[in-house]
Design a protein around this ligand. Structure first.
Ligand code: GLC
Length: 624
């Protein structure tokens, strides 16, 4: 498919279209998805592939940290309702609520003990119904998290399953006998490692078998091979809420339901560890598309929007298409987890913030953009969620307040001019940054962080250099950064919860100078900038949402330069992803004379076209 890019220039392709569809058809004989190609060239009359959700801005809410309305230090559903106007004013179209279901909260609600009830500190089913109603009344839509790879070990289904070997629900989860070695020592059925702890199997004394958990031991994996399990899940987790009027789901761990149920040992790549990484055995198993097909039948009945968390990237293009092709995939779109992993390898610098690797970032972003225009799939745009550190700390600057805001605006320009559905995470619009490294690690509450910190202490014992290195590494990758309370105002507890209450996680140090109230009235603030950026994105949707992307190589590796073309217009985004001034050829070298700046984060860019200050960004446009 990508042959088109090397064989023709964009201009030639447009001419081809103008010359005639037949000629074009002959030219693209092997393409199969000619319509998608046409839309990707920005031709107006192909509206059939335009969808409301492609143009939507989707805002992720982490309920525990968004807004507490009843003074218990934990965010809640009425708190969310009280902020819907703020979100609408920002330009949000859809809110995504992270799990609000009943849960013992081992993994912050991703361990569900009842799909049909609500975690009491967040509210009740009635509160959630009020939220659905209020969101719709504001003209927005609402999607929930669908977490059905596993449940909590306190779900009644698991309690039944573990109660005896002949319980009718025994087979709803994976139970396997132990392996015994020559010395008579008991071992798990295989050497798989789980995401949060090792190993992926836990021994259950009562029935003397192991059960599988890809995540924490309190999160046993469902056996999707069992049809009854699947039906039970669909009814309880999907239909129950779709009937109550939600508009779709963010589908958690969407490629993990089908596993290699022979449960072979994973290859030994870390001989010094007892367990081994095994994701190839529990991702993208043989029946995954059959299961997703069943789910799609239900979801389609309700016209539900779906976005899947597709982990275990990098994927081949074909692999992703099986999930997200408009023609044959089962989901509207998926998250590209290769982006989440950027800069999070063990090779990162240990004692200070590692230098950010712009070339790798540009390559991955470009790969995804090209994917959007070369196939019939649609893509997501996101740089933050509840599982990752904050974007200005990762890709921008967490230096001075001025640098933080400037780099936050630079990121806004980058994201909001790219093709795909745009996802924002709470607080991203305010430039919330990572927790300072000076905080004790005990401030982190995430099960992953707690386990990593414990392991580090075990490993390093009294060696403080070793411990610092391990904790530095945890700091670089911790999910907790994104889970600190929202900063609503300069008052006590940042307005997240009442004065005198201890919030469930500590409020970041900078709340007095960085919060929604301060930024709301100021069009020069990051919040003000995001509002303008989101308005521009909608105003120029032919370009920014649907346009064809092309990136440009620059001498300075930290500059990210790309154009978008659509409906007879062309835009150029140029951003400096570094803290140093950089030079480049200038906008007119790409757009020609007569281009103008649509938006910029510093000002005066027209007078110094070939120079970009630290973290500077500009978006130019021209009529073709
Ligand atoms: C997803 C969620 C993450 C959770 C995991 C297990 O990756 O985003 O927060 O820990 O699934 O459900």
């Amino acid at each position: 498919m990508r042959k088109i890019r090397s064989l023709t220039t964009l201009g030639a392709a447009v001419v081809l279209l103008a010359v005639g569809f037949i000629l074009a058809e002959r030219y693209f004989l092997d393409l199969g998805s000619i319509n998608q190609k046409i839309i990707s060239l920005g031709v107006d009359d192909q509206d059939q592939v335009r969808k409301w959700w492609k143009e939507a801005v989707i805002y992720e809410i982490y309920p525990a940290s968004f807004k507490d309305s009843d003074g218990d230090g934990i965010g809640d559903v009425p708190g969310i309702i009280s902020k819907l106007d703020y979100l609408h004013d920002l330009g949000v179209d859809v809110i995504h609520i992270c799990p609000h279901y009943q849960s013992p909260q081992v993994d912050m609600g991703y361990d569900i003990s009842d799909y049909e009830d609500v975690h009491r500190p967040y509210g009740t089913v009635e509160d959630v119904q009020a939220l659905i109603h209020a969101t719709h009344t504001c003209g927005m839509k609402i999607i929930f998290d669908l977490v059905i790879n596993h449940s909590s070990d306190q779900h009644k289904w698991f309690e039944e399953s573990r109660s005896s070997k002949d319980n009718p629900k025994r087979d709803w989860y994976f139970w396997r006998p132990a392996r015994w070695d020559a010395e008579g020592k008991r071992h798990p059925p295989n050497n798989w490692r789980s995401h949060f702890t090792a190993p992926a199997w836990t021994w259950d004394e009562k029935t003397e078998e192991y059960y599988l958990h890809i995540y924490a031991p309190e999160m046993p994996d469902f056996n999707w091979e069992n049809e009854e399990t699947r039906k039970g899940l669909y009814n309880s987790s999907m239909i129950f809420w779709l009937e109550r009027g939600i508009d779709g789901f963010r589908i958690d761990t969407v490629n993990k339901y089908s596993k290699d149920i022979k449960f072979p040992d994973a290859p030994i790549v870390e001989p010094w560890e007892e367990t081994q990484p095994a994701s190839e055995f529990y991702n993208n198993g043989p029946r995954i598309h059959e299961y997703l097909g069943e789910m799609k039948e239900i979801l389609d009945r309700y016209g539900a929007l779906t976005v899947g968390e597709l982990s275990h990237f990098p994927f081949s293009e074909e692999g992703v298409l099986q999930f997200a092709s408009a023609g044959s995939g089962q989901l509207n779109m998926v998250f590209n987890y290769a982006l989440m992993a950027l800069g999070q390898t063990r090779e990162r610098g240990q004692h200070s913030r590692s230098p950010f690797n712009a070339p790798v970032f540009k390559k991955e972003m470009s790969r995804w953009q090209t994917f959007a225009s070369d196939t019939d799939a649609w893509v997501t745009l996101f740089l933050e969620n509840h599982d990752a550190p904050r974007s200005i700390s990762r890709f921008g600057s967490d230096g001075s307040a001025e640098e933080q805001m400037r780099s936050g605006k630079m990121i806004a320009m980058l994201l909001a001019t790219m093709t795909g559905t745009l996802f924002l995470y709470q607080g991203q619009e305010l430039g919330l940054a990572n927790a300072p490294r000076s905080w004790p690690v005990e401030e982190f509450k995430d099960v992953r962080s707690v386990n990593m910190a414990r392991k580090a202490k075990e490993k390093c014992k009294h060696d403080s250099t070793c411990l610092k290195k391990e904790i530095d590494e945890l700091w670089e990758t911790a999910r907790d950064h994104a889970r600190l309370p929202m900063q609503w105002n300069s008052g006590p507890n940042a307005g997240f919860t009442d004065e005198g209450v201890t919030p469930w996680m500590r409020v970041n140090n900078d709340w007095k100078t960085k919060n929604a109230e301060l930024q709301s009235g100021n069009s020069l603030s990051l919040l003000g900038f995001w509002k303008r950026m989101l308005r521009l994105r909608k105003e120029y949707k032919d370009l920014f949402v649907y346009g064809v992307y092309q990136s440009y190589a620059t001498e300075a590796a930290e500059l990210f330069v790309f154009t978008k073309v659509g409906s007879g217009k062309k835009s150029l985004t140029v951003v400096n992803m570094s803290g140093e001034e950089k030079r480049w050829e200038g906008a007119s070298s790409i757009l020609g004379e007569g281009c103008r700046i649509l938006i910029e984060n510093i000002g005066g860019g027209a007078q110094r076209e070939e120079v970009l200050s630290a973290w500077e960004g500009r978006v130019y446009s021209t009529v073709l």
